[in-house]
Design a protein around this ligand. Structure first.
Ligand SMILES: *Cc1c(COP(=O)(O)O)cnc(C)c1O
Length: 472
């Protein structure tokens, strides 16, 4: 063995401890670590001619990169939809890295990681109050979850038209219907060869909403004249967290032949609160559901899962099968994830999820979800009462979508956003809603507290002051 590698093996304990210590410095100071940093792009950095092992790699990292790590997993990073990592999720994730299992088959030749994945999926179904007639698995994010679900949907649609798409490729008509699909579903359609511009768009209830108009949806279905199709519906849109009417879609599913996919990447967590669970009522009839774990479940990246009705198991295996003779019997008998989803070799992604679910349960997550929503509403109230800002949409759940009053010059919105983000205490992202330039703040972090909202409000006022010169 290489000399330095041999040395590192001898001091493995202290090496791992030093990495953990470094991580703890970050975690214990996360409230003060900036939400954004300025840095210069580095070129021409070479590998060392005489490498010195893990300790020196850590030294170089500390010297060059430590201070550039932003607090994206902290309490005031409201950009995109960015979760954090609960203590137990971190424990599970660290162990997943250390055990380094290749999670594939439940047969388990010494590796039970796939069995634990099965268990985690069962627990999640219970967690979200979904029936147990779904199978599921873990992928890297909601984008891949949408891809997986829509991949099975594609196989279903092909079969309805007498084609085995997995074998012969995409030919003929593939009707996909949606109102406000997330960009990642559009990307998934592109990757699946279904075409990102082939979506049959249905209007929303009215221009100020992002939920599909059910009457117009039924009209669009009738216009298809009995052709089967895929419906992509929203269980929480990113701009305004609007939900399609799941009950009404479940009704339509009784009358018409379609594959119903729900993207509930973060909106699915509404199921945990009796106050908001009604938004999802009826979703248990969907053929497939996407939910992210690295958002509101607060598990480290890259973590998401999908649920597909067990009755579609054969279509799913047809789509993703890797070996020649996939076993289709009892999934617990000899199930192999490599025939069931895009990846072949896979990390032990279920472990952090399992840890955090066991540690905090429905009760703990209901508290996080309801607190995030209350805090979003509180930030919304500040905006409504402010002389500078206005909401672009009501705060329906955990996201505040707003802009500057009197949109005379849309550049002011960007200037304001830049000023807020440059302050390093809070991070938000730009959006466009109803043709107006706006800003989104999405709250899905377990740490966020009342105090953080007051800090954010103060930062927003400071930023208004900073751009005053631009305004007048
Ligand atoms: C975040 C998000 C996605 C994409 O998720 P990734 O985890 O970034 O792949 C898809 N749909 C919705 C509704 C989202 O919020």
């Amino acid at each position: 063995m290489d000399e330095i590698l041999t040395k590192d093996l001898k001091v493995l304990d202290s090496l791992l401890q030093s990495a953990l210590d470094e991580g703890l410095l970050y975690l214990n100071d996360i409230d003060n670590i900036p939400t954004s940093v300025e840095f210069e792009v580095l070129n021409g950095v070479d590998l060392p001619l005489t490498p010195q092992g893990g300790a020196s790699a850590l030294d170089e990292f500390k010297r060059r990169y430590r201070d550039l790590m932003i607090s994206s997993s902290g309490p005031r990073y409201f950009g995109f939809v960015t979760g954090g990592a609960t203590p137990a999720a971190l424990m599970g994730d660290i162990l997943a890295t250390i055990y380094d299992q290749n999670t594939q088959t439940t047969k388990g030749h010494g590796d039970v990681s796939a069995l634990l994945e099965f268990e985690a999926i069962r627990i999640l179904l219970d967690f979200f109050d979904l029936p147990d007639d779904y199978l599921g698995g873990f992928v890297t994010g909601a984008t891949m979850s949408n891809f997986t679900c829509l991949g099975v949907a594609r196989q279903w649609l092909g079969r309805e038209n007498g084609i085995d798409v997995a074998k012969t490729g995409v030919t003929g008509e593939f009707n996909v219907v949606s109102a406000v699909p997330h960009s990642s579903s559009i990307k998934a359609l592109a990757m699946l060869g279904l075409g990102s511009s082939n979506i049959i768009k249905v209007d929303t209830i009215d221009p100020s909403r992002e939920a599909i108009d059910i009457e117009k949806l039924e009209k669009a279905i009738k216009a298809l004249d009995g052709q089967p199709f895929i419906l992509i519906s929203s269980g929480g849109t990113v701009n305004t967290v609007d939900f399609d009417d799941m009950q009404a879609i479940a009704e339509l599913k009784r009358k018409y032949n379609f594959w119903w996919h729900i993207d509930a990447a973060f909106g699915g967590f509404a199921a945990l609160s009796p106050k908001y669970a009604h938004l999802l009522e009826g979703w248990e009839n969907a053929d497939s559901i996407t939910i992210d774990a690295h958002k509101w479940l607060n598990v480290p990246y890259e973590n998401a899962f999908f649920f597909v009705k067990e009755k579609h198991k054969i279509l799913q295996v047809e789509t993703f099968q890797n070996s020649n003779a996939p076993y289709l019997g009892d999934p617990l008998e000899n199930f192999n994830y490599l025939n069931f989803l895009p990846e072949n070799s896979r990390r032990f992604r279920a472990l952090p999820v399992w840890f955090t679910l066991k540690a905090y349960g429905k009760h703990g997550y209901r508290e996080i979800v309801e607190r995030n929503i209350e805090l979003a509403q509180s930030l919304g109230d500040f905006i409504v009462n402010s002389e500078f800002f206005e909401l672009l949409a009501p705060v329906r759940l955990n996201t505040v979508c707003f802009t500057l009053k009197d949109e005379l010059d849309p550049h002011r919105t960007q200037a304001f956003l830049d000023a807020v983000n440059d302050g390093g205490k809070v991070f938000m992202t730009p959006t466009v809603y109803n043709d107006r330039k706006g800003i989104r703040a999405a709250l899905v972090n377990w740490r966020t507290a009342e105090m953080d909202i007051r800090i954010v409000e103060n930062e927003m006022l400071i930023a208004m002051n900073k751009i005053a010169a631009l305004l007048f």
